[in-house]
Unconditional design. Structure first.
Length: 503
């Protein structure tokens, strides 16, 4: 890369550090660190939710699918999320917000100890945290891949650079730093995306390429589904993403919790849904055009980086790379905050009695130490990502397939239709989903659709079935569900925090 590109990258990293340091002043206790004190405006909630939902995997693994298969990747990769978040704006966004405002919950898993029991909470916490280590490791590796193609930087060094910068601002500033840097990253990414589209349209003959390009691509590239990515695969992805992006991915639940009231949480969810339906088309247009501009690429995962380094002048390459970095740093920092919340609020107090009596200062210190430890661990695992099957294998075959068993008890446990489902249903559905995944992944030779669908459908059937056959209804369950499902739609933005979850 040119000196101007490095200057652009350094300026970007510097801006992230400054925002993190500024956000540090807004963090006074653990609730500020994990839920922004419930003061995040709806538009920032929506942008933060959107930016936290995808990473540099888009510019590596998904760009590779766009190069070889066309627009199908938009439909199962992003339209499915837009639909899922729209469903969540009706079902889950307000309930997450009420867990904070009415029950004083600061961690996405905190209410599970009362909704089910402590063992259920711990099972979901430990398994979800372990899965997230590999998920985030894949994101680090995707960034390192791009940095290697752009500038020849060693993979491990690339992981170290991005990890250290992300670690600084998310550790210092908490959720406020995450959200504000995500806003800045969204602006940078928008400028970079527009630059890339203008350059690509110029190479294709002008703005008319927006509608004429498609006839020049292979006919299969304009089909929403393919023999590999079938209609059933798409429908399964909608189900999985509905769970994942409405709280199964814990950092996204935090965005709803951080809004000042239920109305703002729902508006933020709708904004995020709209962005998922529209914005990926802007980002991915150059990826769809890549077969026309750079045919014969040996490794399709490098196609977007090759286009950038081939067609953009010095300075703009650094801008586009900064935009790509913004995705991963946004997702990883918010994930780290959520995992830190779960470990600090839900796991450590169960293991160590002394932690139950921590002051706000001690809790905040523990949260920052936990964040550092978690991010460093993901960076170590990222150095082995290639040995684990690569980015797409981890993101699709591991994370998407295992998200259902972990998130079904968490999310459905908030809904009134499932109040009969207790700890037995939660544990059995979790275990059954994981066993089903082990069978279809390691024992039986099944399609990718069956690999992703089986765990979530088995978990859903077990959770629902046990609730009907062997109900475990409790008074505390009724109190929680009725409290977070009440009809007082708009609470005061300045309302005081609620009490703890009733015993």
């Amino acid at each position: 890369m040119h000196l101007l590109d490095w200057a652009m990258m350094c300026a970007y990293f510097g801006l992230m550090v400054v925002i993190g340091w500024w956000s540090h002043k807004r963090v006074g206790d653990v609730k500020d660190f994990f839920t922004a004190g419930g003061k995040m405006p709806w538009w920032l909630t929506g942008i933060s939710h959107h930016m936290s939902g995808y990473s540099a995997v888009l510019f590596v693994a998904y760009a590779g699918v766009a190069y070889t298969d066309g627009i199908t990747v938009y439909f199962w990769g992003f339209a499915s999320i837009g639909i899922g978040v729209a469903i969540g704006s009706w079902l889950f966004a307000a309930r997450w917000n009420k867990l904070r405002s009415k029950l004083g919950v600061a961690s996405p898993l905190e209410y599970l100890a009362k909704r089910y029991n402590v063992p259920t909470q711990q099972v979901l916490a430990w398994s979800g945290s372990l899965l997230k280590i590999f998920d985030i490791a894949a994101k680090w590796f995707a960034v390192a891949t791009l940095l290697n193609v752009f500038a020849g930087v060693d993979y491990n060094l690339g992981i170290l650079i991005t990890g250290v910068v992300t670690l600084f601002y998310c550790t210092v500033g908490g959720l406020w730093a995450d959200a504000l840097t995500e806003l800045g990253q969204f602006v940078i990414q928008a400028i970079a995306a527009i630059v890339m589209i203008v350059v690509v349209l110029g190479k294709l003959g002008g703005i008319s390429a927006l509608w004429t390009m498609w006839d020049k691509l292979p006919s299969a590239h304009v089909n929403p589904t393919t023999p590999k990515y079938t209609t059933i695969f798409l429908l399964v992805y909608v189900l999985v993403k509905t769970f994942e992006y409405n709280g199964g991915m814990w950092n996204l639940a935090q965005r709803y919790m951080a809004a000042p009231n239920t109305h703002a949480a729902r508006r933020g969810a709708r904004l995020s849904s709209a962005l998922y339906l529209i914005w990926p088309l802007v980002l991915m247009f150059p990826m769809f055009a890549a077969p026309l501009l750079i045919p014969g690429v040996k490794n399709p995962n490098n196609s977007y980086a090759i286009m950038t380094t081939t067609f953009l002048p010095p300075g703009l390459i650094g801008l586009v790379l900064a935009g790509i970095f913004s995705h991963t740093m946004a997702m990883v920092s918010s994930d780290a905050n959520a995992i830190s919340a779960v470990i600090t609020r839900d796991m450590i107090p169960v293991m160590f009695r002394k932690a139950r009596r921590w002051t706000d200062v001690q809790g905040l210190k523990a949260a920052r130490i936990t964040t550092v430890t978690f991010v460093v661990l993901t960076m170590i695992v990222a150095t082995q990502a290639q040995n684990l099957g690569g980015v797409l294998q981890i993101v699709v075959n591991w994370v998407a397939a295992l998200m259902g068993p972990i998130s079904i008890p968490l999310l459905l446990g908030m809904l009134p239709w499932f109040r009969r489902c207790g700890a037995r249903a939660a544990i059995v559905s979790w275990a059954g989903g994981l066993i089903a995944y082990g069978l279809v992944y390691y024992v039986f030779d099944v399609s990718q659709t069956a690999l992703i669908a089986t765990p979530v459908l088995v978990s859903l059937a077990l959770y629902t079935g046990l609730g009907l056959i062997a109900p475990e209804r409790k008074d505390t369950t009724d109190v929680i569900i009725d409290t977070i499902g009440s009809d007082d739609e708009v609470a005061s933005a300045g309302a005081k925090e609620g009490s703890t979850v009733p015993a």
